[in-house]
Design a protein around this ligand. Structure first.
Ligand SMILES: Nc1ncnc2c1ncn2[C@@H]1O[C@H](COP(=O)(O)OP(=O)(O)OP(=O)(O)O)[C@@H](O)[C@H]1O
Ligand SMILES: [Mg+2]
Length: 220
């Protein structure tokens, strides 16, 4: 599903380029549940931004479902991202004024679906993450674990083929973090969603099918 070959990414500070990724080779199969570990600053989020089409590599090859992403314009990449990729972040990133239901339905607004359909799909996703009875709550009326469930429902409502999670349990206590991981494992097993989880927690990595470790811009 994903093939990275010799992916490099540098940020330029004045004259000096700062290499952050220094030649990443990675294959991700459909249905994979992959953990990415590594020290702070090793390049994990940079790699996720590239996988998620939020950023482009400086060099190297990225094939997503057989398509070389370098050939796409920025607009084409955003369409591809909206259709194929769901994101979950440590700090949830929910819209505070919207209900859980409206937050979950939000990505579908860009698909010009009728409002009724959006609400139906959002409600079904909330059920899937165990929050059917919290649809009308706003984020500040939900616990951290519940907010993360809403964020996961939002990430999945567009039926992406890839779910990228950057330290999704980092802001949660270990019991709630385990519940969130249970949800990822269930979604991977029952729906076959391909999931990449960045984590510092070895317990989480142990429950994934595969784990890779970043070290100073390279995969060990
Ligand atoms: N936009 C940017 N401009 C310049 N340098 C950046 C930028 N984004 C990241 N970096 C640098 O790239 C390196 C890797 O950052 P990245 O966020 O990928 O690390 P990480 O592995 O996700 O770390 P953490 O575990 O702390 O989240 C860091 O040294 C960081 O300072
Ligand atoms: Mg990071």
């Amino acid at each position: 599903m994903i093939k990275l070959r010799n992916i490099a990414k540098s940020y330029s500070f004045g004259q000096t380029p700062l290499p952050v990724l220094r030649g990443i080779d990675l294959d991700i199969q459909a249905g994979d549940l992959l953990a990415v570990m590594g020290a702070s600053g090793s390049g994990k989020s940079t790699l996720m931004n590239i996988l998620g089409l939020l950023d482009r590599p400086t060099s190297g090859q990225y094939l997503l479902e057989g398509k070389e992403i370098r050939h796409y314009s920025d607009d084409e990449l955003s369409i591809l991202r909206n259709q194929k990729i769901g994101f979950v972040f440590q700090s949830f990133h929910l819209l505070p004024r919207l209900t859980a239901l409206a937050n979950v339905g939000y990505p579908l607004i860009y698909r010009n679906l009728p409002r009724k359909d959006i609400e139906k799909r959002a409600q079904a996703m909330l059920e899937k993450v165990g929050l059917a009875d919290r649809a009308k709550h706003r984020p500040n009326e939900l616990s951290g674990g519940q907010q993360q469930r809403v964020a996961i429902a939002r990430a999945l409502v567009g039926k992406p083929s890839l779910l990228l999670a950057d330290e999704p349990t980092g802001a949660l206590d270990s019991r709630v973090g385990k519940e969130i991981l249970d949800l990822f494992v269930t979604l991977n097993q029952t729906e076959g969603i391909t999931i990449v989880i960045i984590t510092h927690d070895p317990n989480i990595a142990n429950r994934c099918k595969r784990c890779v470790v970043m070290e100073d811009g390279l995969l060990k």
